[in-house]
Design a binder for this molecule. Sequence first.
Ligand code: FA5
Ligand code: MG
Length: 476
Amino acid sequence: LAHGKKAVNGHLAGVNILGNPYIFDATTNVPDSILQLVGRNLYRSPDHPIAITKALIESCFPKPTYNHFTVADPVVTTHENFDVLGFPKDHPGRSRTDTYYVNTTHLLRTHTSAHQHAAFQSLVNDEAKGYTVCADVYRRDSIDKSHFPVFHQMEGARVWDLPVSADSRYEAQLRRKEIIEKDVYNLPTTRLAVKDPVTNFHKGSNAAQPEHDVEEVKLVVAHLMRSLEYLVNGVFEASREMMPPWQRDKMGPLHARWIEAYFPFTSPSFELEVLWNGEWLELLGCGVVQQPILNNAGLKNSIGWAWGVGIERIAMLLFGIPDIRLFWSQDKRFLQQFKCGHIKKFEPFSKYPECYKDIAFWINSSPAAASPIGVESSSGVAAAAGGDARKASPAETQPAAFHENDIMEVVRDVAGSLVEDVQLVDEFLHPTTGRKSLCYRINYRSLERTLTNEEVNDLHSQVAAKMKSLFNIELR
Ligand code: FA5
Ligand code: MG
């Protein structure tokens, strides 16, 4: 069992996650429906598309240069997930509307970067100069075909030693330049058409860090970009190979583009997008590691890059899997299609009918506006997140101000993976009262069977009831 609950004085006051007990408090907002998914470890079933993709990515970052890790337990401290990475105190990622908190000090990791510090520490005095780490990560997020509250990430990093003494700096840089350039040339990316960003490494918010040599940073960035293009090119080649020749020959290159990005723990930072089914799809974020992070981990004399990729995004591309919920399917018609080490196009089994329902409501002006994590006293959001946290939460007399991610959470809690997507279809500001009205369209569809009308109506009225009881809104 991944988790079991403990009752204290008749109240559900905590939870056991993978053998470790946690006490709930006013910050708790992790619902049961999410805890159910902890410990599934999809990447450990060799025939699962997540595991096949993980292995393919690892093969692009081979031993002995890179060590490969996985971390089964998703509970980390706020220090590991945010503080050590330099997240500002008011960063939106820390908010309870975005993150699942077990309690004030512990949360379900929102990214594999939560293990960056430990992974860098493991490189001190090690033969390896880099690592990959793969794990399940958790986010309160919107619901659609490419977003699910639990998904998998893989992070990679590579460091090079910096010369200790200033004398050897120039010579060492030349040597390193040679090594990096040789690496870069050895990474074929023939099938890729890439657009680079125009970056000014000298100034601006995405510049080289002050303690770095700009020429050196350019090289490290080139190595980073080529390494990731090599990865994407490899994935694309693998998916081309499963096409019939007549189709393969007609295919042009894969279009990709680099765009500038921001992460608290890298500078400069970038994201890589690919053109897929006519739309730009973000695959990964990356950048040159903030020097204080390396220094804190005992790598004072190193410079390095890091990246983080969504495994589902790559797997969807590779296998042609159309809906991110399918990865969690226990349906044999899904699971039996994949075999360790083989890439093959997913053959959709019959799609069951969809059923749309709308929910519209007025937002009442709320006296208790949302406040940042830690300061919040009224915990309607914890309540929104589900059963247990709600009972444990001390203050919940006032309905909370509504946030977009809250409806996603309510829907998920009521209907789980029976919902394909939730979209805001109408937004209206009343001209005289100034009140705002929102209308969301919920698309109910099971991947495994046809839902009955009664069933959908029942789910939908549960969603409405829950919304009404938890938030300061008025259903229309
Ligand atoms: C991060 O999580 C950074 N930790 C990545 C990073 C690592 C940057 C190291 C620099 C250095 P981001 O939030 O953009 O960044 O997520 C990274 C990738 O995860 C995205 O590009 C996307 O592929 C995937 N992803 C993000 N949210 C979801 C989601 N809800 N469902 C599926 N995949 C997602
Ligand atoms: Mg991103």
